[in-house]
Design a binder for this molecule. Structure first.
Ligand SMILES: [Zn+2]
Length: 433
């Protein structure tokens, strides 16, 4: 099927954030086949008028724990350790597979309506809710992370090594590649070095991709140095983990030598400004990372620590906090953050033909309704998206040429059923019903 978008303002992306005005974009099947100015003279099965709309690449959320959306807001205002151990862990222990599915579906609905086309997801029992991604048509890199025994902290968890590897074997590449199954390591402090080294080697043998948490808090970063005499980044590198394409969430306390290591190994930091601010973790050294040539990506983290899945808000916060924190209005630039929210995420997920509006690329795109007071006048399009646009301004989300959300309607999610399922889950998790 051939679709043509006409009369659009188009932001191509991939470093080019200068808009094409009064332009058209043609899609054949799941790919973009042509972008041009003025009038398209070919024939299409479907024509979509985009007057007063901005077309841009869909957003890539490079770090989340989608099922936690059913715990949105719980424990807000508590210190991190209390939030995690006293509130999150007991509630998570009550969540069954149905609850995870509904939390995941709720997160997907929120993301699709906010222009997110793909997410990197990490949680427990991923095999039990991964069908939600397949049903919704959303792209996702999902992992079932290892959380092995960790003698250094006296913890004893059940090894998930085999199940994690089986998850990759079973699910990677489904839905015509929209679903990718990644390897995942929860963190340095929840795993043994031996388990991590063995797991990293399996990932390498299977040509896999790795997701992990790294240097999110001062306690984690300094604790690792005390335990092993090195930073978490050096710890993972020495165990061979970074020989795999790796997305490292947070990296708040990454040191200069860590950033050099990331550059050498191609590690992609996933920046989560809301979560890092809300939990009081700190500010990632993003300028030093960009200067070292890192392709920094952007993520929301879970709705328990954010409290939403709103990537335009992350973009806005990232554009603000580094300037404020560094006392410099040039600490970050809208264009490099737009790359972080789109093509950098796509490449980090192993999607080399996604993340930009270019001929031959997958048709992952969003429309932003420019006919809003806060989006007028449009004198600097990149700045408008980074500083002024809101998630609710997204009027259409298309993934692989399929419209999944348009004008407030979800085309792949039954929202009445989602509401009913959510009610049942909330009753079960919070009232034991
Ligand atoms: Zn996380």
């Amino acid at each position: 099927m051939k679709t043509i978008f006409t009369n659009a303002m188009i932001l191509p992306g991939a470093g080019n954030w200068t808009p094409l005005k009064n332009a058209y974009l043609v899609i054949d099947g799941d790919r973009i086949v042509e972008i041009g100015s003025d009038v398209y003279h070919g024939v299409a099965d479907r024509t979509i008028d985009c007057s007063r709309k901005l077309l841009m690449p869909g957003l890539y959320n490079l770090h989340s724990h989608t099922p936690m959306s059913i715990l949105r807001g719980i424990g807000s205002g508590l210190p991190l350790q209390e939030w995690l151990f006293d509130r999150m862990f007991p509630l998570e222990a009550r969540m069954n597979a149905d609850d995870m599915r509904v939390g995941c579906r709720l997160a997907i609905a929120e993301m699709l309506s906010g222009g997110v086309v793909s997410v990197s997801d990490m949680y427990h029992h991923t095999a039990e809710y991964v069908q939600e991604f397949l049903d919704s048509g959303m792209k996702a890199n999902v992992c079932f992370p290892i959380m092995d025994d960790n003698p250094s902290q006296g913890q004893s968890r059940v090894s998930r090594f085999d199940a994690s590897v089986d998850f990759v074997r079973q699910f990677d590449g489904l839905n015509n590649g929209r679903l990718k199954a990644d390897f995942g390591i929860h963190a340095e402090y929840t795993n043994s070095p031996e388990g991590i080294a063995r797991y990293g080697a399996v990932c390498r043998d299977m040509n896999g991709r790795m997701q992990l948490h790294l240097s999110e808090t001062a306690a984690e970063h300094e604790g690792c140095k005390q335990r092993y005499g090195k930073t978490p980044a050096r710890f993972f590198a020495d165990l061979g983990v970074f020989e795999n394409p790796t997305v490292a969430a947070h990296c708040v306390f990454a040191e200069a030598a860590d950033i050099e290591l990331f550059a050498e190994k191609g590690v992609v930091p996933a920046h989560n400004p809301s979560s890092n601010m809300k939990l009081g973790s700190g500010v990632m050294p993003i300028r030093a990372m960009f200067d070292a040539g890192l392709r920094v990506a952007l993520g929301t983290d879970s709705s328990a620590s954010n409290n939403n899945q709103n990537m335009l808000e992350e973009l806005h916060l990232a554009a603000m906090i580094h300037c404020g924190f560094n006392h410099s209005a040039t600490a970050v630039h809208a264009a490099e953050l737009l790359d972080a929210a789109t093509i950098n995420g796509a490449l980090a997920q192993g999607r080399s033909d996604c993340g930009a509006l270019k001929s031959g690329y997958k048709a992952d795109l969003i429309a932003i309704d420019l006919n809003r007071p806060h989006l007028k006048p449009n004198l600097d399009c990149a700045a408008l998206v980074a500083y002024s646009a809101q998630a609710a301004d997204v009027s259409m989300t298309m993934i692989d040429g399929e419209i999944v959300y348009r004008d407030g309607r979800f085309l792949t999610i039954d929202t009445d059923r989602l509401d009913a399922d959510l009610d049942a889950s909330l009753k079960r998790v919070f009232q034991g019903g």
